[in-house]
Design a protein around this ligand. Sequence first.
Ligand SMILES: O=C(O)CC1=CCC(=O)O1
Length: 259
Amino acid sequence: MTYEMFTALDGVYHSYRRASENAPTLVFANSLGTDLRVWDRVINQLPEQWGILRQDKRGHGLSTACDEMSIETLADDVEVLLDHYGISSFVGIGLSVGGLIMQRLALRRDTAMSHLVLADTAAKIGTPEMWNQRINTVRSEGISSIKTAILSRWFAPTYQKTQDFTMWEAMLERTPDEGYAQVCVAIRDADYRADLGQITQPTLVVVGAEDSSTPPELVEEMAHNLPSSVFHKINHAGHLPCVEQPAAFVDLLHQHLAT
Ligand SMILES: O=C(O)CC1=CCC(=O)O1
């Protein structure tokens, strides 16, 4: 059974989906410019009985934005749902900015989070200058003015020629400009490199071999600084291996949860 819900948190409408209440519960956090559908292909290949909780970040998908956003606020939003459902044991799975959110939850919920999966992410993503430039451009000219550059980082060249590609292009283009800009602010202001050594959960770190947003070397460096991690590159994928190579992603997830 899947529940699709809205809840109001400090004036923000928050959209999320919960499927099955069985353990383990897999809690997903999405990347910048994508909504909870970015996990569809992975979730479709998981055993039906596993619990699933995913949501649209503020300013993305069907969730509304707020004036000031930080990774801490976005982590609060996940905690509200964990508490609402009384989830005391879960696997945290974060993609890109979702990985920053899950790094916070790994520390805040250290006993409840049994395993961590960090995909195409780092403890610090990009530079303040790069994010400020992107924020200014999105606010003044809109997401469509930078969508070609973003999509070329999201996907390997071969995928960009497929029919599916247009769906993701539409998802990005329909993200509200201010919601997108606010999440860029949250990423710009986050630097969790000093905290990596305190994350004790067994952590699977994956990256698309053709990811040019969070390149394999950056992601591997994060893996080296985590006390208990395994690192895998997924071939024929860019920044969103859960979209381009869901079977490889699910295989690695199964292996990780068996440890
Ligand atoms: O849009 C990008 O460059 C990719 C990205 C960076 C952080 C995130 O969540 O996505």
